[in-house]
Write a protein that binds this ligand. Structure first.
Ligand code: NAD
Ligand code: MN
Length: 352
């Protein structure tokens, strides 16, 4: 029997609550399938331990993480640690260290969920985010700190290799979808170097995918198209910053941040990929037992797909959809269900 080793990194806040729920659901699936096993190891890399020991990832931590088949990640961020410290202390070293350059963010209105748009049922998108460079390359610096002359730079870095591989990935993915449509999003009118390179390489790569329909939109214009003409979009490829923002909008338009999943993929499988809900640690609801676990379940389905267990992934997605359709909703979706109740409902369907 195939056994997959999964590193669970719950992190902070509701990350702990939703990852615990996700592990229970995954264990129920493996038990039901009987054809594969999942071994979880817990990593307590979080902000409490950072405040005690001065690091999120201990010496040798990334080396150990590398030996796992996948990483199941919750969220990182705490009120008493600056957000750029927590993000660069835990999540980004994994994404960048393991070259998880393709960030895949599906958005769809699940059955029984209400979109804030009257035409929201037409949302069925995948946002592909470049996840290794661009605006979040970390290149820059600050000098003359605290003085009136203080200067800071935040340099976007675009490489031909980095841009070409994300476009190729986006075309490959668009090709697998019924509509085979890919929209290029940049801001190449105002930003005339890196963004123009993005556009140029996109059309070079497009020649290898004549079966994929393409179009192009500036990032500001695509926000209006997402709201007013959602059915005209299918797959969107955009830079690190732009796709970060667009995918939160996509999540809200499809009902809640609490249902939106993401996969940080190293497509060549040289390193493990990381699966997480797109939301953060949600201080306002931490400890209340009402965090929506659906985003985590959905990302667990993406993980199973990536591991090579598509049947279990499909089974999990149908259990999720049956539960949302039945109206077992946490407060973010307008319901009164708890994390526990949603989790139990999904597990019950898996066992049946
Ligand atoms: P957030 O996603 O934590 O919360 C935004 C809003 O959405 C809150 O009102 C929250 O209650 C709600 N929400 C989020 N997930 C939910 C869920 N599963 N169920 C129900 N409601 C949910 O974003 P924020 O408030 O901007 O950030 C809080 C902290 O999380 C910060 O420290 C931030 O840096 C961090 N963060 C981490 C990640 C990550 O680890 N990938 C992502 C985003 C934010
Ligand atoms: Mn984000």
């Amino acid at each position: 029997m195939k056994t997959y080793n999964i590193a669970a990194v719950p992190g902070d806040g509701i990350g702990v609550e939703v990852i615990e729920a996700g592990i229970q659901v995954l264990k129920a699936l493996a038990q039901r399938a009987g054809t594969f096993a999942l071994n979880f190891k817990q990593f307590d890399w979080n902000s409490d331990n950072f405040l005690k020991h001065g690091h999120y990832i201990p010496e040798g931590g990334l080396e150990e993480l590398k030996t796992f088949d996948s990483i199941f990640f919750g969220a990182v961020g705490a009120l008493n640690v600056p957000d750029h410290v927590s993000l660069w202390g835990l999540r980004l070293p994994i994404c960048q260290g393991f070259d998880q350059y393709a960030n895949v963010r599906p958005a769809r209105v699940l059955p029984g969920v209400k979109s804030p748009l009257h035409n929201g049922h037409e949302i069925d998108w995948v946002v592909i985010r470049e996840n290794s460079e661009g605006e979040y390359s970390g290149n820059g610096g600050r000098v003359h700190r605290g003085l009136p002359e203080e200067v800071a730079t935040e340099v976007s870095v675009f490489t031909r290799t980095g841009v070409e591989r994300i476009h190729r990935f986006a075309f490959e993915l668009a090709r697998t979808r019924p509509r085979k449509h890919l929209t290029l999003v940049t801001k190449s009118n105002a930003q005339r170097h890196g963004m123009v390179l993005w556009d140029e390489i996109f059309y070079e790569v497009a020649k290898d995918f004549p079966d994929v329909k393409v179009d192009k939109e500036l990032v500001d214009a695509v926000t209006t198209r997402m709201v007013l003409k959602p059915s005209t979009l299918d797959v969107i490829v955009a830079t690190n910053l732009h796709a970060d923002i667009l995918s939160d909008l996509a999540a809200a338009l499809s009902g809640s941040l609490g249902i939106a999943p993401t996969a940080n993929l190293n497509p060549g499988k040289r390193f493990p990929s990381m699966f997480e809900p797109i939301h953060g640690s949600a201080f306002d609801i931490t400890g209340k037992g009402v965090a929506n676990p659906i985003a985590t379940f959905w990302t667990a389905a993406m993980m199973l797909e990536h591991l090579g267990e598509p049947a279990a992934a499909r089974q999990l997605m149908s259990a999720i959809e049956a539960v949302t359709e039945a109206g077992v909703h946490t407060p973010d979706l307008g319901g009164t269900a708890t994390t526990r109740q949603v989790t139990d409902a999904v597990i019950e369907l898996i066992k049946r």
